[in-house]
Design a protein around this ligand. Structure first.
Ligand code: CMP
Length: 136
């Protein structure tokens, strides 16, 4: 039975800065994701802190929020079969040096912070994160 889901993807500042957004979008389309909506935005630090608030107790929270608000990002709603899990697989491990080959983070990531992309980690968070960026 088909299980079409939507998930939220962010192309982070390190990848936008290196002009990799179109290449990453093409990669996702080739992997059968539909880009339902997308926009380039620049969050301020408070907005980044709100987005990443699930990580507020982590020691890296402040740096994480500074980084996400350090430059433009591209946010996308992706749709596809089991999109939440399948997009996480194609992103690769959080730290690019542990990511499998032919994953986005292996191909483009620089470090655990500058890991080029974000993806929702559950169906529930995907709904919340899509709502966060695409309210209307
Ligand atoms: P992301 O999937 O966007 O979710 C939270 C981000 O925190 C993660 O990607 C990493 O880029 C960043 N991060 C920085 N340090 C760590 C760490 N030690 N463990 C996990 N994530 C980290």
């Amino acid at each position: 039975m088909s299980n079409i889901q939507q998930t939220l993807s962010i192309i982070k500042p390190d990848a936008v800065e290196r002009n990799l957004a179109d290449e990453i979008k093409s990669f996702l389309i080739k992997k059968n994701f539909k880009i339902i909506d997308n926009k380039k935005i620049h969050l301020n630090k408070d907005e980044a802190a709100e987005f990443y608030k699930v990580h507020q107790s982590k020691p890296f929270y402040n740096d994480l929020c500074s980084y996400l608000s350090s430059g433009p990002i591209v946010v996308m709603i992706l749709e596809g079969e089991n999109a939440v899990a399948s997009y996480r697989k194609i992103m690769g491990a959080t730290d690019p040096k542990n990511a499998e080959k032919n994953t986005i983070r292996k191909l483009y990531g620089i470090s655990i912070d500058k890991n080029s992309v974000h993806g929702s980690d559950s169906i529930d968070n995907a709904k919340k994160e899509i709502e966060f960026f695409f309210k209307n």
